[in-house]
Design a protein around this ligand. Structure first.
Ligand SMILES: [Zn+2]
Length: 361
């Protein structure tokens, strides 16, 4: 298809330390583009998404609206999009529908299916609100499990059985909580604390990224999407962790997709070092390339402007080593496009360089 093109836009999300995702995509042939929104960030970034779709995509219609996981920094902006634009399909997990299947995980006999469903609707209120709004507007709601097709994108993870195992673990601190406590302390930005951060030396051939990072079950429940856009792979990972990414790679292999051929990759969870490992990145991004080789693919990180933990240099180095140029939002919009019209006033973004020192400890 000669005229086929695509563009992926990462809008800036977040204030202070909180990072989220607000991603708009357009793909197809001129006159017949499909528009997809994957997470909407906060309400503020939801408004930016609406403006972006109207002014840059020239439409008030979103074909597919996808929520990767129920965290507020990913889901709440989608409410604004659903309120202010017309939407063809809403894709969101609805765990409150499965209280009966999940209840055996809870030992407390006083918990009923209905009380558990109510608790989940309350805890995951941003996602539940999307279902409510879609119902009010008569927009069909589907659940994004492995095997589902959303436009030209495949859902690679989670599969329904694993999802039901993850839900009872929601709202819990992951076992690596000592690390996240340290990160939380650092995020206050106190200079004195910052000095306590140890630095580790890295070289092209010396990688210090850990093999055993852990992230929350909510993050692991993130929808992983792969689009084959006229032969070019686009991979979106939400806040998926090592487990979800491993499952996504396995499922992709099953359906004959080689993820390392992707041209565009979202760095998961805002560049956190808890969500990727060297062995996962070897299978997701590709094997390490020769030092100095020109990057063959593009990776984007959605990281809030002030965050000191998003993105991690140990992570951006790991992507660079595997042939991916990394760009991060940090308060700015980032666009990746192929065979699409130029956008006025748009200048090329500078990739993150390789760092010879990364955060240690
Ligand atoms: Zn997030």
């Amino acid at each position: 298809m000669a005229g086929y093109g695509y563009e992926v836009d990462f809008l800036p999300v977040g204030n202070g330390d909180k990072s989220g995702d607000a991603i708009a995509l357009r793909y197809g042939e001129p006159g017949n583009y499909k528009v997809m929104v994957v997470d909407g960030g906060t309400k503020e970034s939801g408004k930016k998404l609406v403006d972006h779709i109207k002014s840059n995509y020239g439409t008030t219609h979103v074909d597919y609206l996808v929520n990767t996981h129920p965290d507020g920094d990913h889901a709440s902006g989608l409410e604004v999009v659903l309120e202010q634009l017309t939407v063809g399909e809403v894709w969101v997990h609805r765990p409150w529908e499965y209280a009966e299947e999940i209840r055996h995980w809870f030992k407390d006999g006083r918990i009923t299916d209905e009380s558990l469903a109510a608790r989940m609707r309350d805890l995951l209120s941003h996602a539940y609100r999307l279902e409510e709004l879609a119902n009010e507007k008569g927009v069909p709601v589907y659940e994004p499990y492995a095997g589902a097709k959303i436009g030209d994108f495949y859902v690679l993870s989670p599969d329904p059985d694993w999802y039901l195992e993850l839900v009872p673990q929601f709202n819990k601190t992951p076992t690596a909580h000592s690390a996240s406590m340290v990160e939380a302390m650092k995020s206050f930005g106190t200079r004195a604390l910052e000095k306590l951060v140890a630095w580790a030396d890295e070289h092209w051939h010396i990688e210090t990224l850990s093999e055993d990072g852990e992230t929350s079950s909510e993050n692991e429940s993130s929808v992983v999407l792969y689009g084959n856009l006229n032969g070019r792979g686009v991979l979106l990972t939400g806040d998926a962790g090592i487990q979800a990414l491993g499952k996504a790679i396995d499922y992709a292999t099953e359906i004959g997709v080689d993820l390392i051929k992707s041209r565009f990759i979202q760095v998961p969870h805002h560049g956190s070092r808890n969500n990727v490992s060297p062995s996962i990145l070897d299978r997701l991004v590709g094997p390490k390339v020769v030092e100095g080789a020109a990057p063959t693919k593009t990776a984007f990180v959605s990281a809030s402007k002030e965050s000191e933990v998003h993105s991690r240099k140990v992570v951006t180095n790991a992507f660079l080593r595997r042939g991916a140029n990394v760009h991060q939002t940090k308060g700015q919009q980032k666009r990746h496009s192929h065979n699409m019209p130029d956008r006025e006033g748009w200048t090329a973004s500078k990739p993150i360089p390789f760092h010879s020192q990364v955060e240690g400890g």
